[in-house]
Design a protein around this ligand. Structure first.
Ligand code: MG
Ligand code: MG
Ligand code: MG
Length: 309
């Protein structure tokens, strides 16, 4: 029996490398496990592509339907972010660092969810607990994921555990300069040249159920907002188009990693509600929110409160 290990839809570097990491750990423990991802290699986000290449990792297998399969989930536990037919699969393990989602099981399973900045940090502990050495390439992937998810330690989601994991993993991965690694990833992640606006909106995008209303939140992490100055109109139109497809609101976080804040582009049936959620005022179709870096810890909880979840 093969355990297929998968991260969330629109996989990010954590979802990709944590699938590789957990499959590696399970294999070392004598189980048959295979890393998967909900993306083709061609459509994988540019940051993850750079990380796989840099550390010589084999990309996980593309998988969009898990009917009848035995699966393990990393970096999520929401049905809405799972492959098709997840309710017809047998979930045997969940390793995550988000709020617990709505996946349920018929049998007791191993769940390890910790309030840290990255699944890679949780996995690093699991390798240590199991007494299994992390292969160099896998450590490089997990290291990259922690730097990405914590925005090089700047995100409010970052914890001391994440910093400790980076200190250990960089040695295993043979990486001297993690700032340089982060900047290489940021360059890849924030490159917008020649990419259709809708693809940029979906590059790091999640749908949420907010009290019965569907709300989409995308995020582009940028070295400077100037990178998207010429395509703001296109991004807005892409958000409008996605909203028209049955959503109450679509928000796009244009996050300036250097200035440590977000220009929040808002398309909504109820702009006042979104303004209230963040205590801001829309200037046209967007507002600057100082200090906003994290969708998980800042954007989504404020929205949930405003929507009365
Ligand atoms: Mg993720
Ligand atoms: Mg993550
Ligand atoms: Mg992320």
């Amino acid at each position: 029996m093969t355990i297929y290990v998968t991260g969330h839809a629109n996989p990010d570097t954590d979802s990709v490398t944590a699938a590789i990491g957990l499959a590696t750990l399970l294999n070392a423990q004598g189980q048959d496990a295979k890393a998967c991802m909900q993306s083709s290699l061609e459509k994988l986000n540019p940051e993850s592509t750079v990380v796989l290449e840099k550390f010589g990792l084999t990309a996980p297998e593309e998988m969009h339907d898990v009917a009848g399969k035995t699966i393990a989930l990393v970096d999520f536990s929401d049905i809405g972010q799972a492959p098709a037919n997840v309710t017809d699969a047998e979930v045997v393990t969940i390793v995550d660092h988000h709020k617990v989602g709505d996946i349920t099981t018929n049998n007791p399973i191993l769940v390890r969810v910790e309030p840290v900045g990255c699944t890679g940090t949780v996995l690093n502990k699991m390798f240590k607990d199991a007494g299994v050495a992390i292969p160099k390439d896998v450590a490089g992937g997990m290291l990259s994921a922690i730097l990405s998810d914590t925005v090089n330690f700047k995100s409010p989601t970052c914890t001391d555990d994440d910093k400790a994991a980076v200190a250990e993993l960089k040695v295993t991965a043979g990486v001297d300069d993690t700032d340089a690694l982060f900047m290489d990833m940021l360059k890849a992640k924030s490159s917008v040249a020649g990419v259709p606006a809708k693809d940029l909106l979906f590059r790091d995008y999640k749908d949420f159920d907010m009290n019965g209303k569907k709300v989409g939140v995308g995020q582009l992490e940028l070295a400077t907002l100037d990178q998207v100055a010429d395509i703001r109109e296109d991004l807005l139109n892409a958000a409008k188009e996605v909203k028209a497809d049955g959503r109450h609101s679509v928000l796009l976080m244009l996050t300036d990693v250097v200035k440590e804040g977000t220009e929040l582009v808002v398309v909504s049936d109820d702009e006042a509600l979104i303004e209230g959620a963040f205590g801001g005022k829309l200037d046209g179709t967007s507002m600057w929110i100082d200090g906003m870096m994290s969708r998980k810890k800042q954007t989504v909880p404020n929205l949930q409160k405003a929507f009365g979840c």
